[in-house]
Design a binder for this molecule. Structure first.
Ligand code: JFZ
Length: 415
């Protein structure tokens, strides 16, 4: 079981992932050929020559990017508690002013500004935790970085590790304020010893900085699931689901398969109820703009999250309730069971919840609600909560059941 020992991570529940790099310029297409895979992999998938790919840096000039507005929106509108930006993805390009490699946003682009520094200042201003993604093994720009689907036998990975990876991780931890976590990723070919070196390096500079579950050899500080994979049952310890709103991390102008706000909200609540964090991604365009449809979805989800924060942030994993009730998800904390109503209904009817209630209220307004206990004709516990008429044809609101007991009593189904 992984325990970060960091209460902020246990309480946060919802974070913003940002995949932004030179791949955002290609936007899923290269020389007229479209990719049907995740767009930030286009260099590797299409075997684009490194010297051709590096030239993209000459086009990178996201004058539309406003870090302050980005962070303010993520916190205040979307309800996200931490932000993780790709400081260096597999392409090897640094989205910060690296002294280790000139293949970076300050030295190699007309933009010439340190994006990670601007994000750091905005996160400090709005009291949002900042982390960064760092591809510690794959680096398609470095002659000794790991190259997926290629022959790595002639590459000197240790040289890359010593001369680019560790020095960049060091400069990132020394120059960009408090880093809440490093999202290491795809630890291909990295040994246990190298993983331990990385851990020791991070903890020697910022002891509280967490390392993702993809640091290598299962040595991270928390569990990271597969992309968009959600544990079906509550999973003990600290963990996080990296996820996309459409089907790509880096911007792909052809990927319009946006999940609805209702779908995203139900996924968030499932993850939270099982004890995890939802690290939801945006892939800005080359100009630094989040696609409009993605913004619409996150705004709608964010309205619910910000109105019902007590039912999300700081909640703890629930036991397994016996039934699937379409349109209902649960979250909880001590002496409280939150019932998230995601589809219209006249009243809430809960079978096999054995708690005694001391109260019930609408989370967004505090409006008290009537409730009653009964037994079903099979003798099962039944709780009914009356809903105000104005909600009968509404969805996406939350009711809190105040419990005499500390934990919900989810009774098993009697044969
Ligand atoms: C990795 C990256 O390759 C990808 O570009 C993106 O950054 C994503 C968040 O992480 O992709 C992975 C890595 C690991 C798994 C799946 C996708 N996995 O372990 O299932």
């Amino acid at each position: 079981m992984k325990d970060t020992k960091q209460q902020w991570f246990k309480d946060a529940k919802y974070g913003l992932f940002i995949h932004w790099g030179l791949y955002s310029i290609l936007a899923g297409e290269y020389k007229g050929r479209k990719t049907d895979r995740i767009a930030e992999w286009i260099e590797n998938d299409f075997d684009i020559p490194v010297e051709d790919y590096e030239k993209l840096a000459e086009q990178f000039n996201p004058t539309g990017f406003d870090a302050d507005a980005f962070v303010k929106r993520a916190k205040e509108q979307w309800g996200m508690k931490y932000i993780v930006l790709t400081a260096k993805h597999h392409e090897g390009f640094a989205m910060y002013d690296s002294k280790v490699s000139d293949f970076n946003v300050v030295k190699a682009t007309p933009y010439g500004r340190d994006i990670l520094k601007e994000l750091q200042l905005a996160c400090e201003k709005y009291d949002v935790k900042m982390g960064f993604y760092y591809s510690q093994a794959q680096d398609w720009d470095d002659p000794n970085g790991y190259m997926h689907r290629k022959d790595n036998s002639q590459r000197d990975f240790q040289k890359y590790f010593d001369e680019k990876c560790k020095p960049q991780v060091k400069e990132l931890l020394e120059n960009y304020g408090d880093i809440c976590l490093i999202w290491f990723d795809t630890p291909m070919g990295i040994t246990v010893a190298q993983t331990q070196e990385l851990i020791d390096l991070v903890k020697s500079i910022q002891p509280d900085c967490l390392l993702s579950g993809r640091t290598g050899n299962h040595m991270g500080d928390y569990m990271t699931t597969g992309d968009n994979y959600i544990p079906r049952l509550p999973y003990e310890g600290d963990w996080e689901v990296p996820a996309t709103v459409n089907d790509t991390w880096g911007f792909n102008k052809f990927d319009t398969n946006w999940k609805s706000a209702d779908h995203i909200l139900s996924l968030l609540l499932k993850i939270v109820s099982r004890g995890g964090n939802y690290l939801l991604n945006v892939g800005p365009t080359a100009d630094g703009i989040v696609p409009e449809k993605c913004v619409e979805v996150l705004n709608e989800v964010g309205k619910y999250v910000t109105e019902n924060g007590e039912a999300i942030y700081g909640t703890r994993p629930l036991g397994v309730y016996a039934y699937e009730i379409p349109g209902i998800e649960f979250t909880g904390r001590e002496h409280k069971l939150y019932v998230h109503v995601l589809s219209p209904r006249i009243r809430i009817e809960l079978m096999n919840v054995g708690n005694r209630l001391t109260g019930a209220y609408l989370v967004s307004s505090g409006q008290k609600l009537e409730y009653r206990f009964m037994k079903s004709c099979e003798g099962d516990s039944m709780i009914e909560v009356e809903l105000p008429e104005e909600l009968h044809n509404k969805k996406n609101y939350c009711v809190c059941l105040e419990l005499e007991e500390e934990e919900p009593i989810f009774e098993s189904i009697k044969g």
